[in-house]
Design a protein around this ligand. Sequence first.
Ligand SMILES: Cc1cc2nc3c(=O)[nH]c(=O)nc-3n(C[C@H](O)[C@H](O)[C@H](O)COP(=O)(O)OP(=O)(O)OC[C@H]3O[C@@H](n4cnc5c(N)ncnc54)[C@H](O)[C@@H]3O)c2cc1C
Length: 443
Amino acid sequence: MPGPRVTPVYGDENLPEKVDVVVIGGGIIGASTALELAERGLKVALCEKGGIGQEQSSRNWGWVRISRRDPKEIPLMAETLKLWPELAKRTGRDVGYKQAGIMFAAKTDKDMAKFERWTRHLAPVGLSAEVMKRDAFDTVMGGCEEKVKGGLFTAVDGRAEPQLAAPAIAEAARAAGASVLTECAVRGVETSGGAVSGVITERGPIACDAVVLAGGAWSRLFSGNFGLELPQLKVQNTVLRTSPIEGGPEPAYWNDTFAFRKRADGGYSIADGSTNIAHLTPDSFRLFKTFLPAFLHTIGDVSLRLSERFVIEAVTPRRWDLDEPSPFEYTRVLDPKPDRKLLTRILQDAASRFPIFKGAKILQGWAGLMDVTPDAVPVISGVDGKPGFYIATGFSGHGFGIGPGAGRLMAQLVTGETPMVDPHHFRFSRFSDGSRLVPDDGF
Ligand SMILES: Cc1cc2nc3c(=O)[nH]c(=O)nc-3n(C[C@H](O)[C@H](O)[C@H](O)COP(=O)(O)OP(=O)(O)OC[C@H]3O[C@@H](n4cnc5c(N)ncnc54)[C@H](O)[C@@H]3O)c2cc1C
């Protein structure tokens, strides 16, 4: 089963000789960064090894949420919530954005209390969320037969269409003057006097003053060949889409076994809300100590699995010369196989709590590998000792919704503008400056 059908973006034929900034990776983060930079009048090349938006950025649930974020991300997400409503006009394309709210179910009084504690993080950014008791919950999530105490409802949350958004943003970047290059893997970065001077792509060199690495799940491999240790692992989540359903809930919904979101085609994307699969790979062992606090924090939500990914990653070269094909050229699209039994289980679970899903058919299922950092917070940062090299990666399963804002912040750092939010929490150096690296769910 291939991934979802993404709006095709046809890459430019010609490779520019020189630009101001090369952006590596045509997911929502790279595309948003390229758009922001091009809108500021910089010459930009957006290089994507496969097609625009074909990895995480099209496989995700499509949630645009501030709810239940790590408090460190809230100011950036609050800014991003101002960008989504303008995105269709700005790109000239539909991105499927709708502010329809998201409900997180609370099964126990303890869950209710945790959610209540979380809501305090929104006051400083002038937003709010409501912890609803069962009656109020029912008015929002009509037709839910689940035994819950209530839930956390955030009306400013919403959804967008993952198969539309990154392509729309990349096309807008092109319209603003960027080169959009698909099937154009960047093999590595060249420096002159220690500073970035260009990249070598599979189609030839591009001279530039700055590089932004927005390579999603590939960023660790790329950074390693450039002499940087980026602690990043991959975690798999499975999603299905259903046939159209009349009269289903507008808000998106999460409980501890499934999560759903209404789609623009009238069906629903329903996902495994409980078990993310962490494939054991050589990196799991290399990074064991760094990720141990995160693993202990999320115990029960992540299931370890020994699979073919161990062999795939074990035989993937970790070092290569820039005049030889890089690993990025051998895997154009990371397309893990979904577990068919799991797909059936997800729909059955959803239908047992929301009878409206009872007649629904599974039209497609897919999986995606999320790139995660030890504290589940992204890197949006320059790199000490590597002038001109920037990283925007590690969005840890929640980078779609924050993507347009992350791209803006990255562009501000590259151009030296005053950043719209304090970027300190997103610095790359936190992995080596003794900072405590553990996810914070804000409870
Ligand atoms: C199943 C699933 C559900 C999710 N649900 C949500 C959700 O509901 N809401 C939310 O906010 N987030 C969600 N996420 C997370 C979100 O999708 C990601 O955080 C976000 O898409 C990351 O965007 P990105 O641009 O960093 O990475 P990607 O979209 O993975 O893009 C990176 C791109 O870089 C390219 N690349 C890598 N190396 C090179 C190279 N050397 N040269 C050229 N190109 C290169 C890759 O081919 C890829 O296209 C989910 C993720 C998954 C998998």
